[in-house]
Design a protein around this ligand. Structure first.
Ligand code: DGJ
Length: 727
């Protein structure tokens, strides 16, 4: 059993962790502990009574016994005696902003719970999943908060979300509602975020927590290139294999905010959820607001195990079962091969060469519709350009399929160009504040999908394209942020709902599309990796990681992304040299060794390569297919990494009998020493043979000495090694 209740205390157990909650004096629901498994159910002694003066309190005796201002709580509210950053802020019917949340009731539910209208973790056939629902009530009004904790025992994950319910007669407005609060009685941790910019997404940034509030917030309407919805905390000495590490994900694709407040006594409050900046949501009588889901894991064995818990959880409980054990196609995308300059003949010749090399899917990127010869026109006009593609999509898909290759297409359904028939017919469909100039981004505006008729147009337009030909893959792009948000469909008091409503509409659209086209593989994309989150992964298991296809730079991007996301969701392609983003020239085998660690594919003109290069690509495709299961379903380990100089990582089968190692020497100095790459993935009781050299090692030798990387002259050289346990 995963959830225990005794004498007002809850203990939520996963395979290796415990999460403790206590209904304490006055009905406050307190947080006790989160970490390695413990046996006690009641850990209420962790918040002892300490006399402190100058503290506001509800009752006289509280000053002496119990102060809500430094007590670890499960869900804190603004407006009372807790002066820290709080999880919930409500504008009550009387205009006040006070709430005082106390225990009302609880229930233990079998399985996971649906988060209405939002992506969420599901059981997906796994047993032993239980949900604890605790209901809190505001002491003075009929506002209730349902807190949900779903315990995924096998994967060491607890998922959480909250519902705010108004049973009062008049409307209230939620101004802030975090998805997850975790009050820790300690702040001696490092805070890890994945931060960056366009073409530099999700680089690991690690810094110690310090007094005050730290974190990040995003209000561009989408997840952003700058900050991720994933973050972590870990011991200061934690590394890949050692130390306590906590990983957190918000399952959301819009404005988000993560705050960690280290308060006066050194406690840390962690909050993550929808960004409250500009946010306000009306809840009418008997209605509710549902927060997005967040989930967290704990590892006592460093960041590596934290990542592996999250990888396994995302694959098993965020991805739809349809994608669990299905091999996704090895693809070629024509974007960097042709940009807008392509036609039927070019695409079919790419498909023909691709088919011969073992590539399984051709993706036609931007430029196939309307009058689109560059990025200034036609978004919204999802009608094929028959000058480029006579016979339309049907003929093209047929031509590609005849070469033994599947056909996929690019769309940017949420957008509208000023120079488009759609804009000429419906200029008011672009998001805008009446009377205010609209900011233009990449020459385009965003459609107001909050409006039902616009949402329906998008669903119909995408469906019509997909139904018109044999299209098995859709790259769903989104190339600008939201500005001047406002909807003609919302009253002036409800415009604060805009950003969240946009995301809800997007999810409804995606849901409608995958319901109509259940076999369609969608690769999400947003100017590269600008909407890379577990919300999008709920709809389809693949996201284009970054517009930076340079292998050297991809190492940091993919390594950073791997901290929170499984390898099998990261779009990763071999592109041309000199690289289009950096001008760097990297050997083909190194481009390949880096791109293997993701949903492998190509993004260059394979018809213009030499025969030798094409032969190498055919071998690469065969290699990837042979090792698909190990890479996509195996356990991933980040290994020796010296930024800018050397990087290594490996995949291990679940039984540890097979290990695939990749090493890249980015830079070499004169007369350097040897390096040793330790492989903690190896089982100490097994003896392995290295396929490439026939050298054998015991697992504990690989764990503790590792393999020797002799000094080699040359930059951006790389190799892979395959270790197999002896029978
Ligand atoms: C941005 C994407 O990230 C690219 O891969 C490409 O699809 C372009 N958009 C097309 O406009």
């Amino acid at each position: 059993m995963a959830i225990f209740f005794k004498d007002g205390c809850f203990k939520l157990d996963t395979k290796n962790t415990t999460y403790s909650i206590k209904i304490a004096d006055y009905g406050y629901v307190m947080h006790g502990y989160y970490g390695k498994t413990i046996s006690d159910i009641d850990v209420g002694y962790v918040y002892p009574a300490v006399k402190r003066s100058y503290v506001a309190s509800v009752k006289e005796d509280w000053d002496m016994m119990f102060r809500i201002n430094d007590a670890p709580q499960e869900y804190s509210a603004f407006g009372g005696a807790d002066f820290r950053t709080t999880a919930l802020r409500i504008k009550q019917a009387d205009g006040s902003r006070a709430a005082d949340l106390r225990y009302f009731s609880h229930e233990i539910i079998d399985g996971a719970v649906e988060v209405e209208g939002l992506p969420h973790a599901t059981e997906n056939g796994c047993e032993n999943i239980k949900t604890l629902k605790i209901i809190l009530k505001d002491a003075a009004t009929d506002v209730f908060v349902n807190m949900y904790y779903t315990v995924f025992e096998e994967t060491d994950v607890i998922a959480r979300f909250n519902e705010i319910i108004n049973k009062g007669e008049e409307s209230i407005f939620v101004e802030k509602a975090a998805s997850l609060q975790l009050d820790m009685q300690c702040s001696d941790y490092d805070f890890i975020t994945l931060a960056g910019a366009w073409a530099k997404e999700r680089h690991i940034k690690r810094r110690p927590l310090s007094v005050g509030t730290q974190g990040h917030s995003v209000h561009c309407g989408t997840t952003s290139h700058q900050f991720s919805t994933f973050f972590a905390l870990c011991d200061k000495n934690a590394d890949e294999n050692v130390g306590d590490a906590f990983g957190f994900h918000l399952v959301y694709s819009g404005n988000h905010k993560t705050e960690i407040e280290v308060e006066q006594f050194g406690n840390a409050r962690i909050l993550t959820g929808i960004n409250d900046e500009g946010f306000s949501w009306e809840i009418k009588q008997n209605d509710k607001f549902t927060t997005p889901e967040a989930f967290m894991t704990f590892s006592g064995e460093g960041l590596g195990q934290m990542s592996r818990n999250l990888h396994e959880f995302i694959i098993r409980h965020i991805f739809r079962p349809k994608w669990h054990n299905v091999r996704r196609p090895l693809l070629i995308n024509n974007w960097e091969a042709t940009y807008f300059d392509f036609n039927y003949e070019k695409l079919v010749s790419l498909a023909e060469t691709a088919g011969k090399l073992g590539i399984e899917l051709l993706v036609m990127d931007d430029g196939w519709f309307g009058k689109r010869e560059d990025d200034r026109t036609s978004l919204g006009d999802w009608v094929v350009n028959t000058e480029k593609l006579p016979g339309g999509l049907e003929r093209l898909a047929k031509g590609v399929n005849e070469k033994g290759v599947k056909f996929g297409i690019w769309m940017e359904p949420e957008m509208i160009s000023e120079d488009s028939d759609l804009y000429r017919a419906h200029p008011d469909w672009a998001i805008a504040v009446p009377g205010r100039e609209k900011t233009i981004g990449r020459n385009q505006y965003v459609l107001d999908i909050v409006r039902d008729e616009v949402k329906q147009y998008v669903i119909d337009a995408v469906s019509c394209v997909l139904a018109g030909a044999n299209i098995e893959y859709l790259k769903w792009d989104m190339n600008r942020y939201l500005t001047e948000v406002y909807s003609l469909s919302l009253s002036k008091d409800n415009q604060g709902e805009y950003f969240h409503r946009y995301v809800l509409s997007l999810y409804q659209i995606l849901d409608a599309i995958i319901t109509k086209f259940p076999d369609l593989l969608i690769e999400h994309c947003s100017g590269g990796g600008g909407r890379f989150d577990t919300g999008m992964l709920y709809y389809s298991p693949q996201i284009w990681t970054s517009d930076d296809t340079d292998a050297h730079e991809r190492i940091e991007i993919q390594r950073g992304t791997s901290l929170g996301f499984p390898i099998t969701c990261m779009g990763s392609h071999v592109s041309a040299v000199p690289n289009h983003q950096t001008g760097r020239v990297t050997p083909l085998d190194t481009r390949e060794n880096v791109a293997y660690s993701g949903t492998f594919g190509y993004e260059l003109d394979i018809t213009a390569l030499t025969d030798d290069e094409r032969a190498a690509i055919a071998e690469q495709c065969a290699f990837y297919k042979e090792n698909y299961n190990l890479i996509n379903n195996g356990d991933y380990y980040r290994l020796l990494h010296i930024p800018g100089e050397f990087s290594s990582w490996c995949f291990a089968s679940k039984d540890k009998k097979e290990i695939l190692l990749f090493c890249v020497q980015l830079q070499s100095g004169a007369n350097d020493g040897n390096k040793f790459v330790k492989i903690p993935a190896a089982d100490k009781n097994l003896r392995y043979e290295e396929a490439e050299t026939n050298q054998t090692y015991f697992g504990d030798t690989l764990n503790n000495i590792g393999i020797c990387i002799p000094y080699e002259f040359g930059e951006r050289t790389s190799f892979s090694r395959h270790f197999k346990a002896e029978k």
